[in-house]
Design a protein around this ligand. Sequence first.
Ligand SMILES: CC(=O)CC(=O)C(=O)O
Ligand SMILES: [Mg+2]
Length: 229
Amino acid sequence: MSAENISNFRKFGKKIICVGRNYKALAAEQGNPIPESPIVFLKPTTSYIEPGQDIVIPPGCNEFFHEVELGVVIGTRAKDVAENDVMKHVAGYALCLDMTAMDFQLAAKADGQPWALAKGFDTACPVSEFIPKEKIPDTSAARLWLKVDGDMKQDSSTSDMIFPVPHVLSYLSRYFTLEPGDIVLTGSPAGAGPVSRDQVIDAGLEAGGQALTSFTFSICLEQTMHTID
Ligand SMILES: CC(=O)CC(=O)C(=O)O
Ligand SMILES: [Mg+2]
C-alpha cells in the first residue's frame, strides 16, 4: 500500500483492532479486574466516520458510551514482531472514539455472547485525520481529552496504559498479521461515560505540549443521520 493510501486509512484500511481495559482507572471505574494480557476485539471498517459525519445511536440502544483512544496506524506488514522492533512498522497515529452500546455489551457479557453489535455498529469508530509518526516520538507521553457539551469528561496521559503501545502491537502481531492501513485502538482512559441524542463530543490529542488534532461529533438517531461519501 502506498504512503498516500496509508494516510487515507479511513478508506483503504483493512482492520480495526481494539484493545480494551488498558487503563487501571477505567477498569476500576467499571468494576472490572486488571487484565493479565490485552483484551482484544475488532470493529468492521464500516464503523469508521470522519469529522463532518454524525455518530448514530444504534437501534434499540438505551445506554450509549464515549471512549477516547489513541489509534496507531500500521505502515508495513508485521507478524510475530518483538516489542523492541515493532514500532518500525508504525506509520502514524489518529485520535479515535470507541463508541459503545453499553447496554448491548453488558447483556452480551452476561450471556457469554460476542460484542460485535455493541462495538461494531455503523459510526462506532469516529477518527481524526492521519497524524505522521514523527509527531508522537513517545507514545507513553500523549494527552487524550474529551468533552461532552463543553464539560471535560476524560483527560489522561497514555503513560497510564497498563500495556504500552509496543507491548500491545507485539502481542497482537502474534495472532494477527498487522497490515498497512490497519489501525489499533489502544484503550480508553478513565471517565468513559454516557452520551445521548443531540449532545456534542469534542476531543483532542496532544504530544510534547502541542495540540496535534481535535474534532467535534454530534450524536443523533438514525432518522437524522447524514453521510458523506
Ligand atoms: C473492553 C471494554 O469494554 C472497554 C474498552 O473498550 C476500553 O477501551 O477499555
Ligand atoms: Mg475502548
